[in-house]
Design a protein around this ligand. Structure first.
Ligand SMILES: NC(=O)c1ccc[n+]([C@@H]2O[C@H](COP(=O)([O-])OP(=O)(O)OC[C@H]3O[C@@H](n4cnc5c(N)ncnc54)[C@H](O)[C@@H]3O)[C@@H](O)[C@H]2O)c1
Length: 276
């Protein structure tokens, strides 16, 4: 059901790689809620072609941008304002990548060049997107930035290696820039800390299946899906959440507040019984 929550708003949605991507679902919802927006992804992701299908569905233009390149980001804003006919109201940062995770490097054997790449792509790019927007004065008053995070920023999940550090920086940037942009233009900045989700980035993390199942068993509501996440993000782009800023918002079915669940206790009891 659509509510017209984003009627008349202009946005930029990054990170839609394929149908499973969280950004893909956000784009579909944003369209449903009346927004116009551009879609962006790294040049390499463009070649895979799926984003064109989404662009057609959403009647959106695609603007290629490597999120680590200031020049690309500047072009993304300038072109978006041109195509959409004015300043931007919302930006989704849905970008994450760790070469160390891709190459299965454990936390005690990280390649530091790759580490810097992880931080640049997954965290600094958020700062770059806001700093560039500020310089170009590309965002309307009461605009909204959202980036996607994961609870490994606060608690240790060994397989998440350097991405955990990147997410901690990402969340800190949301506070730092949220303060600045709030004072400057009433623009709000938040991160949404999402449940493990079966996407290309998600399932690339070692042991993903196990912590997906674990999080599902621990959360009273189960794991939040990409579509649930999209619904939540839309509220953050809407005028209904104008006073929410500088927050890391846990969108996790209750996972972060549970010590142990009954479902997990049952599972462990079964394991014990099998061992006896
Ligand atoms: N899937 C999960 O379990 C999960 C949980 C919490 C948070 N997140 C976060 O959600 C966000 C979106 O990930 P997803 O799960 O939808 O996976 P995804 O693989 O569909 O999306 C990741 C996107 O990042 C893009 N990207 C990588 N390098 C880039 C660059 N240099 N410039 C521009 N774009 C680049 C990829 O092309 C891709 O579209 C990420 O920040 C991820 O860390 C995912």
């Amino acid at each position: 059901m659509a509510y017209g929550l984003l009627k008349g708003k202009r946005g930029i949605i990054t990170g839609a790689l394929d149908e499973k991507s969280i950004a893909w679902k956000v784009a579909l919802k944003a369209k449903e809620e009346g927004a116009t927006f551009t879609l962006s992804n790294a040049p390499i992701a463009m070649r895979m072609g799926a984003i064109k299908q989404l662009a057609e569905q959403c009647d959106a233009e695609i603007i290629s941008a490597d999120a680590t390149s200031l020049e690309d980001i500047e072009n993304l804003y300038t072109k978006s304002m041109d195509v959409l006919g004015g300043k931007i109201d919302f930006v989704l940062h849905s970008i994450g990548m760790s070469p160390n995770i891709r190459k299965n490097k454990p936390y005690g054997d990280l390649n530091y060049d790759w580490y810097q790449k992880s931080i640049d792509v997954s965290a600094l790019s958020f700062h770059k997107m806001m700093q560039t927007a500020e310089k170009l004065d590309a965002i309307n008053e009461w605009g909204s930035f959202v980036a996607l995070s994961y609870i490994a920023a606060q608690r240790t999940f060994p397989f998440y290696t350097d991405m955990a550090d990147a997410k901690a920086i990402l969340e800190s940037i949301a506070r730092g820039y949220g303060y600045r942009y709030g004072k400057l233009k009433n623009v709000r900045v938040n991160t949404v800390s999402q449940s493990p989700t079966m996407t290309t980035a998600g399932s690339g993390v070692g042991g993903f299946d196990v912590f997906y199942e674990y999080a599902g068993l621990m959360s009273p509501l189960g794991n939040a899906t990409a579509e649930d996440c999209a619904n939540y993000v839309i509220t953050l782009f809407s005028d209904l959440t104008r006073m929410v800023t500088m927050q890391n918002l846990l969108h996790d079915g209750g996972f972060s507040s549970v010590g142990i669940s009954e479902d997990m206790a049952v599972k462990l009891t079964q394991v014990h019984q099998q061992q006896q």
